[in-house]
Design a protein around this ligand. Sequence first.
Ligand SMILES: [Zn+2]
Length: 426
Amino acid sequence: MRDFPLQRIAWFLCVWSCCTSLHAQARPGKLRPFPRSVLPLERDYLISAEADGSPLAAGSKINVRLSSGKQYDGLIVGDVQPGKDAGSFRSITFERQAGLPSKLQVSTMSLIQEGDRQFEVLSDPASKAWVLLDQQKRDKVAAERLSKKGRLLWTRPSAEDAAAAIEESKARFAKANELFPGSQFFLTETAYFLFYTDMPRNQVAGYIANLDAMYDQLCLMYGVPTGENIWYGKCPVLVFQDQSMFLRFEDAVMGYVPAGPVQGLHHGFSDGKVFVTVYRGDDPAFFAAVLVHETTHGFNHRFRSNSGLPNWVEEGIADFVAGAVVTASPETGVRQREAADRVRVSRSLGGAFFQPDSPLQRWQYGAASSLVSVLIQRDPNLFRAFLVAMKEGYTWEEALDLTYGLKPEELLQLYARAIGVPGVQP
Ligand SMILES: [Zn+2]
């Protein structure tokens, strides 16, 4: 891990305050698995299956991760059937070894590892074959672009650093016990989360299931291979039953006093660690949505690099995922409808909506998640590339152009068409 001073780089202060207008709404649909195909932006990072240094040379010893998360280690490459375009391939067979398959469908593969190098397996619809993307090559180009902006790619923490980060989170949880000695807190530890709360034990499982569903949904949206741990150790989530305890902890331990009504916060640190705090309040469905929304900010913080996303994308994704995962909460749909009603009258998104650092007003969250929905519905594969491009140092306008081939005005008109309002201004 690089030596990087510990400080906060972002407070994602969200204006989740209880909404009472819970009329029936269409919710944003959950994204289903889709084929990962290579995009024009990614062609520079491809490595020919026949090139020197290809992990598919006969006799290469490789690990193969499937899209399902299952992994086979130590496969030895036998025959590779080339595709019609140079460098592509159609099938791979492996030497016979006890307990290992001698053939795998390429369509089921997501990653190939050889030594410390990693290659993504992507479909190439043009040649109806498969291609390999050299992650090391991609990282080098992305790191150069990011360094010009004073940003960097996250590196995977060592096992020791990850374990130390988990202990650090537990020590921060313990501060809650010190502050509130009369309350009973307990820890639930899963593969990706540390969930610490004073809620009754029988209430916790459903909320953790929401966080797991959030994790799966974001991996799918961003192209993170199944089974990959994106966190620095694990993601710590501290949930209080009461607002007063949440506010006191924020002030005393996190050094923060929220300026307005806030039910949850994500703290993202410059060394890649995160910390999520939320209070439950008395609306379980709303709380579940806030929890997913804030933890999505944590995922965004950890994804690929420390380059931030523009606010409308950041909040739009957090609300989109909350709506997709927390089926009991109508909140995302309510906000989308409120934003559409407002835009129908004003014919405007408020003026500063698309400025990357412009804080969103409450009603603008609905427009932000609708824009994310519009982009995902148009092409989820392009949405993945749009996200990755921003995290690899392109501005959002450049990323939108390089992936969807759209200008911001054209995106705005797609939203305008989706809500049936012609001629909307930014
Ligand atoms: Zn937020």
